[in-house]
Design a protein around this ligand. Structure first.
Ligand code: RP5
Length: 163
């Protein structure tokens, strides 16, 4: 199936975090691709990936990076597609460096920035699905089913003393 969402990350070491985004898209039946694209180590690949993303049929990009996390912002600068940024939890500064690098974009080039770590990665996928659901009834149904199941799971296990 033609991927609709591109999940990219600055390093293979980010996969433990971005895996959460891929799993959610898998669960919702959203076709996606996964690539390591480093802003610093493979800048030419980053430019090529971003510049050709729309013509290859991608509808939005989830970009995760840690530390001096320039990947989401630089990708956003080279494509008109929506870019969702996931700050990876870095060892030195616990992801505060990643968060501030991604969220503080200059006016004119936005990156929709999610929470630090796996919760942010999962939510990036859910937000991507919400955006696709505007035009795609199958994704809308899958997203609504996900929400229903999530609510039911909480309601069915509402006594925290019961394992
Ligand atoms: C960033 O540097 C990556 O996004 C990663 O979070 C961080 C560390 O990368 P590795 O040294 O583990 O490859 O570019």
């Amino acid at each position: 199936m033609q991927p609709k969402v591109g999940i990219i990350m600055g390093s293979r070491s980010d996969w433990e975090t971005l895996r959460a985004a891929a799993e959610v898209l898998e669960q919702l039946g959203v076709a996606h691709e996964v690539k390591v694209v480093s802003a610093h180590r493979t800048p030419d690949r980053l430019f090529e990936y971003a510049a050709t993303a729309a013509e290859r049929g991608l509808q939005l990009i989830i970009a995760g990076a840690g530390g001096a996390a320039h990947l989401p912002g630089m990708v956003a600068a080279k494509t008109w597609l929506p870019v969702l940024g996931v700050p990876v939890q870095s060892q030195a500064l616990n992801g505060m460096d990643s968060l501030l690098s991604i969220v503080q974009m200059p006016k004119g080039i936005p990156v929709g920035t999610l929470a630090i770590g796996k919760a942010g990665a999962a939510n990036a996928a859910l937000l991507a699905a919400s955006m696709l659901a505007l035009q795609d009834a199958a994704v809308r149904d899958a997203l609504q089913a996900f929400r229903r199941q999530q609510s039911e799971a909480v309601l069915e296990a509402d006594d925290p003393r019961v394992p």
